[in-house]
Design a protein around this ligand. Sequence first.
Ligand code: PLP
Length: 385
Amino acid sequence: MIETDTHPKLLAVPMLDFSREFAEIREEVLAAIAGVCESQRFILGPEVARFEAAAAEACGVPFAVGCASGTDALWLALTALKIGAGDAVVTTPFSFFATVSSILRVGAWPVLADIDERTFNLSAGAVEKVLGADVVGIMPVHLYGQCADITALTALARERGLKVVEDAAQAFGASWEGVKAGGLGDAAAFSFYPTKNLAAFGDAGMVSTRDEVVAERAKMLRQHGMRRRYYHDEVGWNSRLDTLQAAVLEVKLQRVEAGNRRRRELASLYNERFTAAGLVGKTTAEGVVLPFTDPRAEHVFHQYVIRAPKRDALREYLTAHSIGSEVYYPLVLSLQESLKFLGYKKGDFPVSEKAAEEVLALPIYPELRVEELESVVEAIRRFYA
Ligand SMILES: *Cc1c(COP(=O)(O)O)cnc(C)c1O
């Protein structure tokens, strides 16, 4: 019927498709892996130091220390800064679990503060209200690939002598007022989990810093607190960056800037198509709310996240049409079962709680095709029509 005339078939769009990038880098990355196998230098082989130097340069910092995961990078950064038992660290309830669990892992206490409604990042105003005497640090998360308001957070930190530890797991290559993520605080943690915008073929992470002492401590801590072999100065852990992963990351690092540029282009295209379809509103009462980019931030769109009216029903509709989407994150950290002992209750972080009900991440990766992006927007138009 008329259906078929005005409703061309929607394309299936995967939320992520790693095989597209792999097809492009196959020869190069397999050669890099073969090189490690031939050398048999699996633990802290030369690829690790080479990747660390290149990644530090890409982040505009003098030091980078590879480690086993983003979670470990957070733990290493905090421990290298000597944050531990008796200390409190302020962070956001609207993040991945590791942000808070790493603070607990070092024996410190996570104090949560609400987010900014537009950027989903830690609000400096909210942080200021919870700065008690035991607070020694602030851990902003550069959520979805946009840096938190480092200007305001750094001003607070300087006033009170606090450390700033960036959770930059989603923000490789992002910047704030021209300074790259990873160099905006006292130390930063990156994740190279396979879904991140710089991704290994498994778990991997990195600490970056401008402080030589912090870098040296992180290196010592990732190898059981050893400076000299079998002499343990401190109780560290085994959290080395695997050499095979470093070899993969060396190849992928060369592509991350172009990838981030493409992500920005695709985000603009999404914005344009949503606007052209008449779907956009200032709030979810009016329509789809597009991502907001602070003019001081260079966003890398690790995720392209809208606020959507009837979010869960929309997601079901997209899933039924084989269009990927994801909710980062459906339950704020303050209400997680395992964190009940922190003593928070529903209503404590209204901005975060509302975001958890409204956000929807749509497919975005450098290899996403324009027809696919258009199909995502068309499916959303049909859902609301
Ligand atoms: C992915 C992620 C982490 C944890 O990184 P892993 O490498 O998975 O351990 C921490 N924080 C945020 C915000 C993340 O997105």
